[in-house]
Write a protein that binds this ligand. Structure first.
Ligand code: GTP
Ligand code: MG
Length: 428
């Protein structure tokens, strides 16, 4: 069912669109590199024949080795990036933990996020962190250690700490999604710098709002800034802490409708980043804390919500039980998010490179065509001069033949003359 097997469900997820595209474009660039290398070897072998390849063409083809390699390096480093923003204590770190199915980031009282934390998959299977101004890998075995390491670093709010977490522990990390957690936007004066430093290459933004209140001006202003710097950013709005609404079920629908309307207006009319219909696929009412709790339970092999024993089937009684609805909506958010981030990342990360790949191939082809034409031309020229030479030779030969014939005749004449003279003299 959709509740229990969240992890295996992801195998067919749309994140694979990005993974497959990345593999494909990488393979293509391996071929392009081969092609360029072959062309360079060939062009170099022709270097002696200056008239066939000019040095500009040769240099151009050679420059594509570094270019193709550079693009390949960028491609292998590419990933999908999601950045979380919102006012302090709205539950940004908790949302990330819920999506990662584990308590990785410190959250809650005393664990306010002070700087930018980027969580990504670790190739080696170890967990460690690296601060911005050092290359040292600091091992972190537990959330306690991580929190401690982050505290002792005395990090500024503009700093970035990379957290590497084993890929096998989390599908989203395995599938190349990188999470960026941030300090509350209400506590920082450096929003512009933040956007420039951490948001330029983000594929998706998640605004973690508090469902207990309306969207705040600070939250709105931040995303106004984002959307002036990036064209049509993909923004999701999570109305978090929706579990709090369960205490007042009589107002639930009304509150939800009001939040929804305002959030839709914000995305559609204010930011103008999506259509009315799209906006409804971008706004969710969730409880990150419950979702995380449920996943930790599932991890242990227990049902998602063991406290609620009145429910026999998750969906029959689901509507009455807020938890299941909220958890379902959280999973719905994840699916829409995955779809959005992988499509966006394919477009923004690969489109430009695939165009450059085409350009390289076309350019090398032009040089090769030109080389071929020059070689053809040279061949005809040589053949012609050979023909001329041949004709000249024939003529000389004939001349020679004539000449020798002439000489032979002359000599015979002379001999005959001499013979005649001698015999005449003798007879006299
Ligand atoms: P800062 O890093 O300080 O900016 O906060 P944050 O946005 O990362 O919030 P964090 O995830 O640390 O959560 C703050 C507190 O809210 C924690 O005690 C969470 O357990 C709690 N919390 C998070 N999500 C929910 C939720 O959906 N419902 C409820 N009731 N509490 C939540
Ligand atoms: Mg936090």
């Amino acid at each position: 069912g959709p509740m229990g097997d969240g992890q295996s469900l992801h195998d067919s997820s749309s994140l694979q669109i990005f993974i497959k595209a990345k593999k494909k474009i990488n393979d293509i660039f391996v071929e392009i590199e081969d092609y360029v290398l072959d062309s360079v070897t060939y062009v170099q072998s022709l270097q002696r024949e200056r008239s066939i390849v000019n040095s500009d063409d040769a240099a151009k083809v050679e420059s594509y080795i570094a270019k193709a390699k550079g693009i390949r390096d960028v491609l292998t480093r590419n990933h999908m990036k999601v950045a979380f923003f919102g006012r302090t204590s709205n539950g940004k770190s908790t949302v990330i933990n819920a999506m990662l199915h584990d308590k990785i980031l410190p959250s809650g009282i005393g664990h306010t996020t002070h700087c930018f934390l980027q969580v990504e998959g670790s190739e080696s299977g170890e967990s460690y962190l690296v601060t911005e101004d050092s290359t040292e890998k600091q091992n972190v075995k537990s959330i306690g250690q991580l929190a401690h390491a982050l505290c002792k670093e005395k990090l500024g709010e503009n700093q970035l700490v990379h957290i590497y977490w084993p890929k096998d522990k989390c599908v989203l990390l395995r599938d190349d999604v990188v999470f960026v957690d941030s300090p509350g936007i209400d506590v920082s004066p450096n929003l512009d710098e933040w956007i420039d430093r951490y948001c330029q290459d983000a594929d998706v933004f998640v605004l973690v709002a508090n469902a207990e209140s309306t969207l705040m001006l600070t939250e709105k202003n931040f995303f106004h800034k984002v959307s002036t710097r990036l064209s049509k950013p993909n923004i999701f709005i999570l109305n978090n802490r929706w579990d709090a609404s369960a205490t007042e079920p009589e107002f639930l629908d009304q509150v939800r409708a009001q939040h929804m309307e305002r959030a839709v207006d914000f995305l559609v009319k204010e930011l103008k980043v999506c259509t009315q219909k799209e906006a409804h696929e971008r706004i969710f009412f969730v409880s990150a804390r419950e979702a995380l709790q449920a996943r930790l339970q599932e991890q242990k092999g227990l049902p998602a919500h063991s406290e609620n024993k009145t429910i026999t089937h998750p969906y029959s009684g689901g509507l009455a039980d807020g938890f299941h609805n909220r958890y379902f909506e959280f999973q719905d958010f994840e699916r829409k998010f995955e779809d959005c981030i992988s499509k966006s990342a394919v477009r923004t990360k690969f489109q430009q490179h695939s165009q450059q790949g085409k350009l390289i191939v076309a350019d090398v082809r032009t040089v090769m065509d030109r080389t071929y034409d020059r070689a053809q031309q040279l061949r005809t020229e040589k053949a012609e001069s050979k023909k001329e030479l041949h004709e000249k030779l024939n003529f000389t030969e004939q001349q020679l033949l004539l000449l020798t014939q002439e000489m032979k005749d002359k000599i015979r004449q002379m001999v005959e003359d001499v013979e005649q003279k001698v015999s005449k003299a003798l007879s006299e």
